[in-house]
Each structure stands twice: as C-alpha cells, then as structure tokens.
Write a protein that binds this ligand. Structure first.
Ligand SMILES: Nc1ncnc2c1ncn2[C@@H]1O[C@H](COP(=O)(O)OP(=O)(O)OP(=O)(O)O)[C@@H](O)[C@H]1O
Ligand SMILES: [Mg+2]
Length: 470
C-alpha cells in the first residue's frame, strides 16, 4: 500500500482548523494547556492583588515614618504657639525617582493649621493608610495623633501625610511583573513537558499507524498488542480480529473462485467435445443428436453462470440493500406457475397452501430467487409422481414458508453442509452445481430470517424458512 499524497488529494485536504480539531495530539495538548492557562490567570489575579497589598503596606510604612518624623518636629515656643519645623528627611524618603509629590498637614486639636495644607483629606482612622484624592491627584494618606510637649495631654496635634501614587504603582508593577514572568516560564516549561510527554505517549500509536500503512495488501498476520499502551490494546485486538475475518473471507473467496472455475471447466470441456463431435459427424441424425447434447450442456452452463451471479448478488455488501415490501404468497404463486410445466412433465403434484397475503420486507428479486431454488430442488429431487407443497403461514411476527416434498430427503448429518457452496450429496444423479441452497441461505440471512431442514415422518424433506413479517 502506498501512502503518497497526490496533488489532488493534497488539494482536497481539510482546512487547518478542522485538521487541528480532529488531532488527538492537539486535543490532549489543549486539555492540558487550557486548564493550566486558567489556573495561571486566577493566580495572576491573586498575585496582582497581593502585589497591590504589599505596595500599599510599604507605602503606608513610609507615610507612617514620615508622619512620625514631622510630629517629632512639632513644638510649642515660649509664647505658647505651636510650631513645626519640618525636617527635609521627612519628605526626602519619598524621592524614589518617580516624581511623586508629598503633602502634609499639621493641625492642632482645636483646628489651627500649624503647617501644610488645611484641605488635605484626613483618614478617619489613625495609623491606617487610605486612598484619597487631593487636588485632582490620587494619593495615599496617613494620619497620626501626636502629643506635643507643652500642650495639654489630650490636646495632641494631628499629622497627616499624603503622597501621590507613582512609586506605589511602580512598586506594584515590579512585584507583579516578577510574578508574571515566573508563571509564564512555568507555563512554558509545563507546555514543553506536555508536548514531549504527548510525543512519547503517542509514539506507539504512530508506530502502529505506520505499520498498518506500510503493510502489504497480502499480509494479514496480527499486530502485537504489547507494543501499545494498555488502553489501546482493545483497539489492536479489534484490528487483529478484523484482519482474521478478512483473512477468512479472502480464503473463502479464493476457494469459491477455484471451485467455480473447476465447475465451469468440466461442462466447457464437454461442450468442446460435443462441438467437435457435431462438426465431424456427417450423418444428419447423429449430428442433430450431438447438437442437442451440445444445447443441453450450454443450458447447464448458462444455469451455472446465472446461479454464480445470483449468489454474488445475494452476498452481503454486493448491492445496495433493498427494502421492498413483498407479498411472498403472490411471489410463490408466480414461481409455481413457471414450474407448472416441469411438474406436469414429472407428474408431480405441485400445490400451494396459503390463505392470505404474506408481506415481508426485503429484496424482491432475491426473495424470488429463494423461492425458485427451493421449488426447483423439490421438483428436481423428488421422484416421478411425487408431491411438492409450498405453504405460507403467519406465526406472530413471522411469515413462515414451508416447502415440503416426499422425495429422497437429505440425511440429518448433511443438513448443515448442504448450505455450503458447491456441496452436493454423494450419488445425486440430477443436474446441479450445489449453489441453490447457498443462495437461499444468503437471501434468508440478508432478510434477517432463519432456515431449517426437517425430515417428515414418512420421508422426504421440509425446508422451513421464517422471515420477519412486514
Ligand atoms: N428437496 C430436496 N430433496 C432431496 N435432496 C435435496 C433437496 N434439495 C437439495 N437437495 C440436496 O442438496 C444438494 C444441494 O442443493 P443445492 O440446491 O444447493 O444445489 P443443487 O440443486 O445441486 O444445484 P443448483 O445450484 O443447481 O441448485 C443437492 O445436490 C441435493 O443433493
Ligand atoms: Mg438446487
């Protein structure tokens, strides 16, 4: 078998998305990578929140230290005025190179502004950072109450410090980015490991595929199930079973062809001889006899050929299954009419017992062939003056066809074999090739029915066919 891709088949290959959606490797990878990406997205969200909390915490600590340094600088002068000489260190700590602006406010308990901006928003709680807006800028603000030497104990000053959020944002980004990079690296490593794992996991399957593809048409020996993972072994077993069936079918086919050739060769040789005899014969009477014999031989050959053709048509898969609704009673009546002359010649009492139409579903032509072969057998093998009865009855969901004769019958031991192709009972004198009952069996099987042979008490043969009623 060749597996080259012709330009035509390459043109017809399905689009990429379709190939990907049908690829096991892609699907497995998707099922690994998609959940991983989901987990990482959630993780990133969590790490974003944690980076934000960390940046807030650091900022708050800086604001708190700044507020404390400012508070330390608040004093009461000799006149009792509260003053604050803000040390530069209190503000310089925010000079992180991100251009942040710092605002502060020192206010006495009775509301007098000591230093800074009176309108600076002040958090409700002491020593807890809060987000606020000051003159259009988003800021983080922190407030502490601080006792001042020289003031009454409960008249502490309130110191608020606010800073714009540039540094905090930069800090948050740095913290988050480092997390993001680590996680991205993690996904990439996991993806790579998954790809390598898939490649390794699928290797036995791909090897099996190649082995199937590269096999010669004739080679049908089984594949080794141990060469693939345990989950795939049932598939290999199924493949092996299928090949065994194909092998059996091929052998049967070969046997059939050689049998058919053999069956054709003998009458053909006879025809050849009879033709030569007729050609040589000068006596017109004897010549006419030879020609008559030649005609009989050709008739037999024609029958054999048509039986072969019918059998090949009756085989499953040889033609599109037809589901005609066939009245088997009418079909039987028609067949009996065609055989009336033969029956008359052989003085056989040929009768039909059927009170009503018997509808079955199936291939009309094939069902007629079945009837022809059964009636033909009964008439052919029953001695002169015998009786042949075709009966049709309805039994529940089944239509039962019975062809009974009082001829020599078939020994019980051969009831199975007579359905084989080319099988004839030893010593059978009448013409025939042994295909009739094989055809009948194929037709019955094709119509989901069953067939059985029985020997009546007073000798002869009963062929009983049951077909599902339509
Ligand atoms: N009604 C019958 N009575 C006795 N023997 C029968 C009867 N039907 C079939 N047989 C036996 O079974 C054998 C197989 O029958 P089958 O119809 O398959 O082939 P055939 O009649 O020999 O050939 P053909 O292909 O022409 O029908 C026959 O050769 C015959 O010996
Ligand atoms: Mg027959």
């Amino acid at each position: 078998m060749t597996n080259d891709v012709s330009p035509q088949s390459a043109l017809k290959s399905p689009p990429l998305w379709r190939r990907l959606s049908e690829s096991l490797r892609f699907q497995l990878l998707l099922w690994i990578v998609l959940p991983l990406i989901g987990v990482i997205c959630v993780n990133l969200l969590i790490s974003f929140q944690s980076a934000e909390a960390t940046a807030d915490l650091i900022n708050d600590q800086m604001l708190l230290s700044s507020a404390r340094v400012i508070a330390e600088a608040v004093a009461v002068d000799a006149n009792g005025t509260v003053e604050a000489d803000i040390p530069p260190a209190a503000l310089e700590m925010f000079d992180t190179g991100h251009g942040d602006r710092v605002f502060y406010r020192v206010i006495t308990a009775w509301g007098t502004l000591v230093a800074g901006f009176l309108d600076l928003p002040s958090p409700k709680k002491e020593q807890a950072g809060e987000d606020a807006v000051f003159r259009g800028d988003k800021v983080r603000v922190m407030m502490i109450n601080h006792p001042v030497v020289g003031l009454a104990k409960d008249a502490a000053v309130s110191v608020s410090v606010a800073v714009t959020l540039n540094n905090e944002a930069a800090m948050r980004e740095r913290l988050w980015l480092s997390d993001f990079t680590k996680q991205l690296l993690l996904v990439m490593v996991a993806g790579l490991v998954a790809i390598i794992g898939l490649q390794r996991g699928l290797a036995p399957v791909l090897k099996l595929r190649d082995a199937v593809r590269q096999r010669d048409r004739e080679r049908l020996d089984p594949f080794n199930p141990q060469s693939v993972q345990s989950e795939l072994r049932p598939l290999v077993h199924a493949l092996n079973d299928h090949m065994e069936r194909v092998q059996g079918q091929m052998a049967a086919q070969r046997r059939f062809v050689s049998n058919a050739a053999h069956q054709l060769r003998t009458p053909l040789a006879l025809v050849n001889t009879q033709a030569s005899v007729a050609a040589r014969e000068e006596n017109p009477e004897r010549r006419s006899e030879a020609l008559q014999a030649l005609r009989t031989s050709t008739k037999q050959l024609t029958r054999l050929a048509s039986q072969l053709l019918t059998l090949s048509r009756a085989e499953p898969g040889s033609r599109r299954p037809r589901h005609d609704t066939v009245d088997l009673t009418a079909a039987a009546r028609q067949v009996l009419e065609t055989y009336a002359e033969t029956a008359l010649k052989r003085q056989i009492d040929l009768g039909l017992e059927a009170s009503e139409a018997s509808f079955v579903e199936g291939d009309g032509t094939m069902l007629a062939e079945m009837l022809v072969n059964l009636v033909d057998n009964a008439l052919r093998y029953t001695q002169m003056g015998g009786t042949v009865t075709v009966a049709l009855t309805r039994q529940g969901d089944w239509v039962c066809l019975r062809v009974e004769d009082n001829g020599p019958g078939i020994p019980e031991g051969e009831h199975e074999q007579v359905f084989e192709r080319f099988y004839r009972i030893m010593g059978t004198q009448a013409e025939g090739s042994g295909l009739g009952l094989a055809i009948v069996k194929e037709v019955v099987d094709g119509a989901s029915g069953d067939i059985a042979l029985r020997t009546p008490a007073n000798g002869g043969l009963i062929v009983e066919v049951r077909l599902p009623a339509a």
